[in-house]
Design a protein around this ligand. Structure first.
Ligand SMILES: CC(C)(COP(=O)(O)OP(=O)(O)OC[C@H]1O[C@@H](n2cnc3c(N)ncnc32)[C@H](O)[C@@H]1O)[C@@H](O)C(=O)NCCC(=O)NCCS
Ligand SMILES: Nc1ncnc2c1ncn2[C@@H]1O[C@H](COP(=O)(O)OP(=O)(O)OP(=O)(O)O)[C@@H](O)[C@H]1O
Length: 248
């Protein structure tokens, strides 16, 4: 993502572990008229019939991952990649570049519309390195036990299947290390809503002044971008020297 764009519009990366509540938070943001770009939706678009992504998937995984009508059998492909790291990496290498391009395009459209703030909901924001290009990173957290329980309930899946999905991502406790803001979704949806409200006040305050300055004085965008990237690399090296995360 272009840092210049991300400094002229405040781009907020929203992430978390699988089933920690990103979509629930996205819905709350949208209900407050904040534009949300959803990487899961974009990842579905790049594997529609006729898309290059689907052709590449069939070339590697074979036509057995297709339904007879030529659409992707997501359940079948999921069963393969969540139990095989090499194949998961291959699928990621097919889909992620196309998704990153689509995210950039959608951020650009938000910028053209003059939005002050846009939220990019990416489950693998930390794993894929996109977090470095975000103005702020918001991580939706809940304990690994609650996460597993909610995942099994939502997808009606076995403990084994749910654990396989969960284990194919960085543990949520480690993702929290990258957060500027943590939303703790261990309680009720009402508790979460209250946190989202406060989070938005904070984000809009930050976006307010940097947005005006960037438009009035373009070099500010460049200085601000360099500052963000520099500060992130300092934060990252501090995290690495601190060792594993112990709790929020
Ligand atoms: C394997 C696929 C077909 C399974 O589809 P399915 O409909 O069952 O799941 P869905 O796409 O709704 O994803 C649900 C959640 O699984 C997790 N997840 C999906 N892909 C991955 C992955 N490659 N690695 C780790 N976790 C993943 C995310 O938390 C996501 O929110 C699909 O997830 C996929 O195409 N994944 C690769 C693309 C990807 O990485 N998407 C995540 C955002 S870019
Ligand atoms: N505070 C809460 N209390 C109880 N259930 C919740 C809470 N927050 C979310 N859920 C439920 O947990 C499940 C996972 O939430 P959600 O779909 O928002 O997670 P997600 O992080 O977007 O998942 P994914 O990574 O698969 O996209 C859903 O069934 C949702 O309704």
């Amino acid at each position: 993502m272009s840092p210049l764009i991300s400094e002229r519009i405040s781009v907020v990366g929203l992430t978390g572990g699988i089933a920690t509540g990103k979509s629930t938070v996205s819905t709350l943001f949208k209900s407050r008229q904040i534009p949300v770009i959803d990487a899961d939706v974009l990842a579905r678009e790049v594997v529609q019939p006729g898309a290059k992504g689907l052709t590449q998937i069939v070339a590697y995984f074979g036509s057995e991952v297709l339904f007879p009508d030529g659409t992707l059998d997501r359940k079948k492909l999921g069963a393969i990649i969540f139990n095989n790291e090499v194949k998961r990496k291959k699928l990621n290498s097919i889909i992620h570049p196309a998704v990153s391009r689509a995210i950039l395009w959608n951020v650009f459209l938000c910028w053209l519309r003059g939005e002050k703030l846009c939220v990019v909901d990416v489950p693998l924001l930390i794993e894929g390195g996109l977090w470095k290009w975000m103005g702020k990173v918001v991580v939706v957290y809940c304990s690994a036990d609650i996460q597993l329980q909610r995942l099994m309930t939502r997808d009606n899946s076995s403990r084994e299947d749910a654990s396989a999905r969960l284990n194919s991502q960085l543990p949520i406790a480690q993702k929290v290390e990258y957060a500027d803001i943590v939303l703790d979704n261990s309680g009720t949806v009402q508790d979460l809503e209250q946190q989202v409200r406060l989070c938005l006040v904070k984000l809009e305050r930050i976006a307010g002044w940097s947005w005006r300055l960037s438009w009035l004085f373009p070099p500010f965008a460049l200085v601000s971008m360099l500052w963000t990237l520099g500060w992130r690399s300092v934060k990252r090296s501090r995290r690495q020297s601190r060792g594993p995360f112990k709790g929020i």
